[in-house]
Ligand binder design. Structure first.
Ligand code: SF4
Length: 355
């Protein structure tokens, strides 16, 4: 029995039920596949479910999302990270609604031309929504294929080889189920730290299992150490309780998101950070240092706070700044690092009223 037959038989018995996954025999909605795949980029299924249900209840189709206010999309996205993805999601919805009459292109080659859709997402959407026989290779698939063929070349050098080997396995029939079965196998059986070879449907064909090296694979090239950056954030509260927020530049890290005003984040801590405060005030330092890890660096933020008169202003309180009542902070598009800043000042329950 071939790899594909074993895999699809197993999938028919053991497929995961996911909110974005069409039931067997029911039509697949490309909008929902695309939305879930964008949300799932570098995030877990558990983290995405709540956001997916929220988005699809607010914006049940691509026309509704295209017509949505970008700020509202960013707000509802806050917490999923990688905010450029939310902006591209919105841009992509507009293009599909305006230029494609609300219908997603059906091939990976066309999908990849849309904002925010990379080769993996294009292949996943084309395979799952339109049954195009293309290989959708994400981290799960890389792991399964690395083990299946006992590939010793480390990632990312082995990517081209893995892509070719995966493409050779994609069946002409049910390529969408094949893509989802590979995702399920990697997520539930051939897991990162534990290869459950005893219950694996393809164990008889697996080279890593035969050699007893499953959990050593895939090999990975050592990552360079993450540098640490430092900054100071300025928590400015008016007499009426409102707090100053600032919108970050559209381009770059956390682009377009709201933040508590901050010094630049640099690898050398500023000697006189208070000189960079947006307003002259009497500052007190909070006890907690906020720490956050981004993909490429760790961040340590000192938090200083001041109270000012409601009519006071300063040179750093120009365009992009906004006063927000503490009870409304939850509705702002604050990235996770800024939620940590809010929690450091207002306490851990500041964001208890959840979405
Ligand atoms: Fe992964 Fe083990 Fe299955 Fe091979 S046999 S694919 S290592 S779970």
């Amino acid at each position: 029995m071939s790899f594909t037959s074993r895999l699809l038989d197993w999938y028919d018995r053991s497929r995961r039920e996911l909110p974005w996954r069409a039931l067997p025999g029911t039509p697949v909605d490309a909008y929902r596949v695309w939305l879930s795949e964008i949300m799932l980029q570098q995030t877990t299924v558990a983290a995405v479910k709540e956001y997916y249900l929220d988005f699809t209840s607010r914006w049940p189709d691509v026309h509704a999302l295209a017509a949505a206010d970008l700020d509202m999309v960013l707000k509802r996205w806050a917490g999923l990270g990688y905010y450029a993805r939310a902006r591209n999601l919105h841009k992509c919805a507009r293009i599909v609604a305006d230029r494609h009459e609300g219908r997603f292109p059906r091939s990976a080659d066309e999908l990849v031309k849309l904002p925010g859709i990379g080769p993996y997402t294009a292949a996943a959407v084309a395979a799952i929504a339109f049954d195009e026989p293309v290989a959708a290779v994400d981290g799960n698939v890389e792991r399964v294929i690395s083990r299946l063929y006992a590939i010793e070349t480390p990632l990312p050098d082995s990517k081209p080889q893995i892509k070719t080997l995966t493409q050779d396995l994609v069946p002409g029939e049910r390529p969408g189920d094949f893509a989802q079965a590979m995702m399920d196998l990697g997520a539930t059986v051939c897991a990162p730290r534990k290869a459950n070879c005893l219950i694996c449907p393809v164990q008889a064909l697996c080279e890593a299992r035969r050699l007893g090296v499953a959990e050593e694979l895939p090999r990975k090239r050592p990552k360079p150490a993450r540098p640490t950056r430092f900054g100071t954030v300025f928590w400015i509260e008016r007499d009426d309780g409102a707090v100053l927020l600032h919108r970050r530049e559209e381009q770059g890290l956390l682009g377009g998101m709201m933040e508590v005003p901050s010094t630049p984040w640099s690898e050398v801590a500023a000697i006189e950070p208070l000189h960079q405060a947006p307003i002259a005030a009497h500052w007190t330092r909070c006890d907690d240092v906020v720490e956050h890890t981004f993909t490429h660096f760790h961040l340590r933020l000192d938090v200083v706070r001041a109270r000012i008169a409601t009519n006071q202003t300063g040179p750093g309180m120009g365009p992009g700044c906004r006063w927000v009542k503490p009870q409304d902070l939850l509705d702002e598009a604050l990235p996770s690092v800024m939620k940590k800043v809010v929690a450091a000042v207002l306490g851990p329950d500041a964001f208890k009223r959840r979405r």
